[in-house]
Design a protein around this ligand. Structure first.
Ligand SMILES: Cc1cc2nc3c(=O)[nH]c(=O)nc-3n(C[C@H](O)[C@H](O)[C@H](O)COP(=O)(O)OP(=O)(O)OC[C@H]3O[C@@H](n4cnc5c(N)ncnc54)[C@H](O)[C@@H]3O)c2cc1C
Length: 369
């Protein structure tokens, strides 16, 4: 075999690509990350319940121990003495990741470079880019998936600074349900950073994206009803995440798939950040040990539960708000939050299953679509 230019090529320097690169920067492997963006901007914020350590713990902007759900059953408030809901801003994350990568002796981060194709070669792989070709023994592909999922999480959010203090900075409004914006389940999410500053986001779990116009009108109305006075928009974000069990089942192409294209978004929730961190730990450990990693995150039981949950949600979206509220009302403290963060512990799973109305789930389990 010809000696490759790099041990590892990482296609895409977003959340998954940089998370892996940061871990590999502490090894002897030579790594090239290629990323089409010319520069990083603060393009999103990742929020999640922290369940494990990761290299970005010092990038947390704010954390909360209370959250609410509001819907047909009224207001459900939950607090935790153990679990913290945290936010990491992408701008801080990218900066920190670039710093850690720059400390590695064999790391190359190439901005403004996009992968066009990869092909087997005598050196392992040839990576063709808009700026020429290079070779690598192993390819990790973190580019966004091109497939369109049959169900997804769609959202539009604005971080705003208001003239009037209108937010409770200690409580996250996780899911405050609305209706009539999509063919699925609609809710508003408010992440309060201060009494006068928050990310307000309108979200649909639905078979199709309701579209920018509907989202803009909906978001305008949600902000107006808060009576915020003069409002400054500090940042906007939008997304479309797959919510489909088996969406990213592993392709047997000898390329390592990570991030959204590697099944990192939990099919039943869309949460991906903590799962990307465990995927990055696992893939880095295998590459450093000279092994081919299995980057799959979900076993058969999780896959089955996600499939059943999504089938019930898609079949009867009007029942969605009450279903989510039952979960947040009935599941024991911390277990639901751990489950939503990706825990596959049998007790966490069991608590979640026991907190849901059994009939629709038994039906969906027995009659898969
Ligand atoms: C606005 C927004 C908010 C989100 N909030 C949360 C949250 O609160 N909690 C949570 O858990 N998850 C959240 N997610 C979901 C998920 O965590 C993110 O989408 C996350 O960034 C996924 O990581 P990734 O590496 O798969 O994709 P990205 O971070 O999108 O990285 C993919 C990279 O591939 C690059 N790329 C594209 N084409 C090429 C090419 N041809 N060659 C090389 N590189 C290429 C892109 O430029 C990009 O940098 C959010 C997503 C979005 C969009």
């Amino acid at each position: 075999m010809q000696v490759p230019d790099f041990d590892v090529a990482i296609l895409g320097g977003g959340c998954a690509g940089l998370s892996l690169a940061v871990r590999l920067a502490q090894s002897d492997l030579s790594v090239r990350i290629i990323e089409p963006r010319q520069e990083y901007t603060n393009d999103r914020a990742w929020s999640f319940w922290r369940t494990r350590a990761d290299p970005f713990e010092d990038c947390v902007r704010k954390e909360w121990s209370s959250w609410t759900i509001a819907g047909p059953l009224g207001l459900t408030a939950r607090s935790s003495s153990q679990m913290r809901y945290q936010t990491v801003e992408a701008g801080t994350f990218y900066h920190r990741a670039c710093e850690m990568i720059a400390k590695g002796s064999n790391m190359t981060l190439s901005l403004g470079v996009s992968a066009q194709s990869v092909a087997h070669s005598s050196a392992g792989w040839q990576v063709h880019t808009n700026k020429g070709t290079f070779t690598a023994a192993t390819v990790v592909d973190t580019r966004p998936p091109r497939r369109i999922p049959t169900y997804g999480q769609f959202f539009l959010g604005r971080e705003i600074k208001t003239e009037i203090p209108i937010f409770d900075p200690d409580v996250v409004q996780l899911m405050h349900f609305r209706s009539g914006y999509s063919a699925g389940v609609d809710f508003v999410y408010v992440l309060p950073f201060a009494v006068d500053q928050a990310l307000v986001e309108v979200t649909s779990f639905a078979p199709h994206n309701p579209g920018h116009q509907i989202f803009t009108r909906w978001l305008d109305a949600e902000i107006a009803v808060l009576n915020p006075g003069q409002t400054e928009v500090l940042r906007t974000e939008a997304g479309a995440l797959p919510m489909q069990a088996g969406f990213a089942d592993l392709k047997h192409d000898n390329v390592i798939h990570m991030g959204l294209g590697g099944g990192a978004a939990r099919p039943s929730t869309g949460y991906a950040f903590t799962r990307i961190q465990s995927q990055a730990d696992h893939v880095a450990a295998a590459l450093i040990a000279g092994e081919f990693p299995d980057s799959k995150l979900d076993g058969r039981v999780t896959h089955f539960m996600d499939r059943v949950f999504l089938q019930v949600l898609a079949a009867a979206p009007a029942r969605g708000p009450a279903m989510f509220q039952s979960l947040f009302r009935n599941a024991p403290a911390n277990r639901l939050e751990r489950f939503l963060s990706g825990s596959t512990h049998p007790l966490d799973r069991l608590s979640v299953m026991a907190s849901l109305p059994p009939l629709p789930f038994l039906h969906a389990a027995a009659f898969p679509k």
